[in-house]
Each structure stands twice: as structure tokens, then as C-alpha cells.
Design a protein around this ligand. Structure first.
Ligand code: NA7
Length: 546
């Protein structure tokens, strides 16, 4: 076989978002490997490249939602707001790409079509959409968790006369929505952020809501210089505290149980967390909110009361109140003046639970009862094929010609959310069944990249080149993640991308490890201490033609 040197690498990295960028830095700059990365986008940024919709913003404080791997970087970078908006996060990732000279290793505007394990050479063969084949010992996916938008469940989107914009694939040239009749479908985190902004300029904004959400104030404000100086002075401690917190944020005021205190004290705790913003109400109020229905009822009722206080029209307010699923079982959105948007004359809420969307027509959105809502612009904020979607989209085929799609036919099967049996040397940064989507993403990414980098170093120190989890270790991990989920209220949510049930026909299996980031990190450390317990390390085959 003729091997073109340009196309042979130690590692191929997918993606140039938070995950891919750090993976290139770690493997190439720190470990000296030959790394080739690809991204379908025209630039770096990943999620923050694609999600340019009005209002797109991070829900974890920017000082915490950022890389920790370089002391100088985190000291020198200045965030202008407590929770920064998409353009500033994109600017940060561009800065990181330049600062660590990462761009030269990335092939942009390049999508990966097929990824195939070559057993004769113990290498991955990666075909890109321009037909080129690259080969590498290691395949590292930083393809993300929320990067494949869900296909619309209703027909006719392509017949709509006006433009259709997806929040997850927003045009680069900012569309002018001023004075237009805009409709938006979906009130998850994306829809809720977009509604608050679009409401300010649209002629009319019609919000099509199926399941109301428990959105709470983000509490954003411009960066306070004194707070910034304090945080930078104690950055190492803050990062440490974040890594040792369930959600990867350095919050420390959680109380054991909402049911162990009286109504008045409980109210005080909720008021405090509500006004301090961020995920404090969700994760820093009471530790049993995600586990005990009665505890959850107390906070759910609290949020409904606040919604009623903020929305003038009682019927609209009630329609905005979630009633039939527990708080936190769908990813809780954070907002700024979302509920107040419904007090504006130009904003209309339409319930598409009782009266569902039948189709999109050339004129607008048609509902089951025959009502047609006429629109100039349609915005789809209908979510993603989360966690497994980005991996399955690459057509991965492992040992014995077995497709990942077949191996995962009943839901993802991984060991530690990092690797899958039958797919040697394929690492999934923030893979399904890891805590990533319930963890602070940049820190989750650093943990995974450090783990896989260390594993590769461990192999090469021993003259080995192949690592693969055993079938037993994988089965046990799947069992364990399912069991953890059963102990929470998550299975009680009708549609939640955490459970895979937001996409019709998708196998329903929990996609996130629910034991919390600290327990997960301890488990990974133990695996390494025990000589990569649950993994099989081997020499692999010698290279054909090398
Ligand atoms: P989400 O949170 O999955 O929200 C999608 C929204 O779209 C949600 O309100 C859905 O209602 C709605 N939807 C989806 N399909 C339909 C149909 N067919 N009809 C009506 N409404 C529909 O996605 P986001 O992009 O907002 O957020 C994803 C993550 O990004 C977020 O959790 C953060 O981690 C960042 P449903 O609830 O299914 O009734």
C-alpha cells in the first residue's frame, strides 16, 4: 500500500471548538505528536461558531466557563460580563487558537464522512468530504454534544416563502428582523434566550410553545473590576473548588434537603439563590431537588409563583408555567427578561401542546385546529440530536466491520463515556455517559483530553499502541449510569435531551453520568491508578507499508 506521508498522522482530532482546540494543544504542543484536525466550520469556535442567534450566551460564569490549562491565559484574558455573550466567547477561542498556534493543524470547511478501523495496520482511516483519506493511530472526537440540530418533526419547512433560521446554524450576516412578523418554535435554552432579544425589534413575535420551561434569572452584569481582581488572585482555588463540585462550579451554599427546613426558611433560600442567579437555584439551594419529588415540588411551585408575578396576563402566565414534570429534568434555561417579553404588545404565546403544529406552509405555521399563523420569518429552536448524534454522524466502523450505529442501536454503550468496546484508540471527548453535559464544559473537556493524552503517553512508554475497553467494563458502566439515572427524577420528564427522548425514534437511554463530576473524576483516577483497569492495552499490528 502506498502511504502518502501528508495524510499519515499520530492523531486525528475532530472539531475546533473548546474540545478540539485543547486536544490539539495537548497532543501536538505538549506531547509532540503529529496531529491533524478537521472542522466543518469555516473557523474555530464549535458551538460558539454556529450558535450566533440573538441572545446566545453562556449559562456558567465566564470566569469559570473557560480554559484552566494555562495560568497566563486565564490571568490575562478579560471578560466584559459575568456571563458573556456568544461573540466574546468566539473571540476568546480565536485568541486561544492564535496564542497556541493551533490553526495550522486544522482543516476548515471539511466534514468527516467515514471513519474506519483498519485491522491490518491498527489505524483509523478517515475520509473527508473532499474524498481525501487520512490515517492515524488515534482518533479523537471533539465533535461536541449539541452540534447536530434535530430535524423538524413537521413537514413543509422547505415550502415556507420567507427565510427559515435555525438557532444552531444561524447566518453569519445578521438578519434584520426589524418590523417583521417572526415566529419561533421551541422554548428550550436557545428559544428562551432568542425570544428576549427578538421581541425588542420584531414587528410581531409569535412563540410556539409545546412544553413550558422552568427558566430562572441568569443575573448577568458587567464585570466588576474588584470581583475580577479577587477571582484572578484565587483562580487556582476556584478551579479546584469547581472541579470538586457536582456541576463544576465553585458554589458552596447547598443545603441537604428542602424538606428538612420550614416553609419560611426554604423561601429565604430560594429568594437568595434566585436573586444571585446562574444555576444557583438549581444546584446550590437544596441537594435533594433532583432526587426527591416532594423536594422538587417546593422549588417548582416557587418558580411558578415568580412567573405569575412577572407576567401581566394571568392566562398567559399560567400557560408559561410548567406543571407536569419536575424542575431540572429538562436542562433548566437561564434568562434575562424572558417572562417580561410576554407583557409586550408585539409578543404572542401560542400553545402547540393542546393544538399541535401540523405543518409549515408557504405563509406560516398551520395548527391542528386549522389556524394558520402568518409569518415573514421562521426561527427553529427545536433542539439537537444530543450526545450520540455528532458521533453517529461520522459513520464510524470498528473492529470486524461493526458500525457504531449497530453497537449503539439500543442507546450508547461506553466505558467512562470515553471509549467504546470494538472501537480501539477512538476517544470521545465529552462522550455520552460522561458527566460533561451536567458539568462545566471546558473543565469536563480538560479532564477528558488529559485522560486520553496520559493514556497515549502510557501506551508509548510501554511500547504499546492500542487501547480498548473490555466488553465487561463497558456493560458495567452502562448499567451503572442507568442505575444512577433511576435514582434521580430525570426519567420522569416527557421530553428531555438528557434522556434521548426529545428525538422521535431515538433509543431512550440516559446520555449523562449523574453521579456528579467529583465522583466521576475519582473513578477515572482510580482506573488509571489500577493500570487502566477495564481497558485492554496491546501492541497492535505492525504497519503495512510503513
Ligand atoms: P431544547 O432544550 O431541546 O429545546 C427544544 C425546544 O423545541 C423545546 O421547547 C421543544 O419542546 C421544542 N420542540 C421540539 N420539537 C418540537 C415540535 N415538533 N413542536 C413543537 N415544539 C418542539 O434545545 P435548545 O437548543 O433550546 O437547548 C439545547 C441545549 O443547548 C440546552 O439545553 C443547553 O445545554 C444549551 P418539547 O420540550 O420537546 O415539548
Amino acid at each position: 500500500t502506498h502511504h502518502d506521508h501528508d495524510h499519515d498522522h499520530d492523531a486525528i482530532v475532530v472539531g475546533a471548538g473548546f474540545a478540539g482546540l485543547y486536544a490539539i494543544h495537548k497532543l501536538r504542543n505538549r506531547m509532540g505528536l503529529d496531529v491533524q484536525a478537521f472542522d466543518a466550520a469555516g473557523g474555530v469556535g464549535g458551538t460558539w461558531y454556529w450558535n450566533r442567534y440573538p441572545g446566545a450566551r453562556v449559562d456558567i460564569e465566564s470566569v469559570h466557563y473557560s480554559y484552566s490549562f494555562d495560568e497566563d491565559l486565564q490571568h490575562e484574558w478579560h471578560w466584559t460580563e459575568r456571563f458573556c455573550a456568544q461573540p466574546e466567547i468566539l473571540e476568546y477561542l480565536n485568541h486561544v487558537a492564535d496564542r497556541f498556534d493551533l490553526r495550522r493543524s486544522i482543516g476548515f470547511n471539511t466534514r468527516i464522512d467515514a471513519v474506519t478501523w483498519d485491522e491490518t495496520a491498527s489505524r483509523w482511516e478517515v475520509r473527508t468530504d473532499d474524498g481525501t483519506v487520512h490515517r492515524a493511530r488515534y482518533f479523537v472526537s471533539g465533535a461536541g454534544t449539541l452540534s447536530v440540530p434535530k430535524k423538524p418533526e413537521f413537514p413543509g419547512v422547505d415550502t415556507f416563502a420567507g427565510p427559515v433560521y435555525m438557532t444552531g446554524n444561524w447566518p453569519h450576516e445578521e438578519p434584520d428582523l426589524g418590523g417583521k412578523r417572526v415566529g419561533i418554535i421551541g422554548v428550550g435554552s436557545s428559544g428562551i434566550q432568542a425570544v428576549s432579544e427578538i421581541a425588542k425589534t420584531a414587528g410581531t413575535l409569535t412563540v410556539f410553545q409545546r412544553t413550558p420551561n422552568y427558566a430562572t434569572p441568569i443575573g448577568n452584569h458587567p464585570t466588576d473590576p474588584e470581583q475580577e481582581a479577587r477571582e484572578k488572585a484565587e483562580y487556582p482555588q476556584l478551579r479546584d473548588a469547581a472541579r470538586n463540585h457536582f456541576l463544576g462550579v465553585p458554589y458552596s451554599d447547598v443545603q441537604p434537603s428542602a424538606l428538612a427546613v420550614g416553609a419560611e426558611e426554604r423561601r429565604q433560600v430560594f429568594d437568595d439563590r434566585w436573586s444571585r442567579g446562574g444555576f444557583r437555584l438549581f444546584i446550590d439551594a437544596f441537594g435533594d431537588i433532583l432526587f426527591d419529588q416532594r423536594a422538587n415540588d417546593t422549588v417548582a411551585e416557587y418558580i411558578r409563583e415568580r412567573i405569575h408575578e412577572r407576567v401581566d396576563d394571568p392566562e398567559t402566565a399560567e400557560l408559561l408555567c410548567p406543571r407536569d414534570y419536575p424542575y431540572g429534568t429538562k436542562r433548566p434555561p437561564l434568562e434575562t427578561d424572558y417572562y417580561e417579553a410576554f407583557n409586550r404588545d408585539n409578543v404572542h404565546l401560542v400553545d402547540v401542546k393542546s393544538n399541535e403544529i401540523v405543518s409549515v406552509t408557504p405563509n406560516g405555521v398551520l395548527l391542528a385546529d386549522g389556524t394558520e399563523h402568518e409569518l415573514d420569518v421562521l426561527v427553529l429552536a427545536t433542539g439537537f440530536d444530543a450526545c450520540t448524534g455528532p458521533l453517529l454522524a461520522m459513520n464510524i466502523t470498528g473492529v470486524g466491520g461493526r458500525a457504531l450505529a449497530d453497537h449503539w442501536a439500543d442507546g450508547p454503550q461506553t466505558y467512562l463515556g470515553l471509549m467504546s468496546h470494538g472501537f480501539p484508540n477512538l476517544f470521545m471527548i465529552t462522550g455520552p455517559q460522561s458527566p460533561s453535559v451536567l458539568y462545566n464544559m471546558p473543565l469536563a473537556i480538560e479532564d477528558h483530553v488529559d485522560f486520553l493524552g496520559d493514556a497515549i503517553a502510557h501506551l508509548s512508554e510501554r511500547g504499546l499502541s492500542v487501547i480498548e475497553p473490555t466488553a465487561e467494563a463497558e456493560a458495567e458502566w452502562v448499567r451503572h449510569t442507568n442505575e444512577l439515572a433511576q435514582a434521580t427524577l430525570l426519567p420522569n420528564s416527557p421530553t428531555s435531551w438528557y434522556m434521548g427522548n426529545n428525538v422521535p425514534g431515538k433509543p431512550q437511554r440516559v446520555l449523562v453520568y449523574l453521579g456528579g463530576a467529583p465522583a466521576y473524576r475519582a473513578k477515572c483516577a482510580e482506573v488509571v491508578e489500577h493500570g487502566y483497569e477495564g481497558f485492554r492495552l496491546s501492541e497492535g499490528r505492525t504497519l503495512v507499508g510503513a
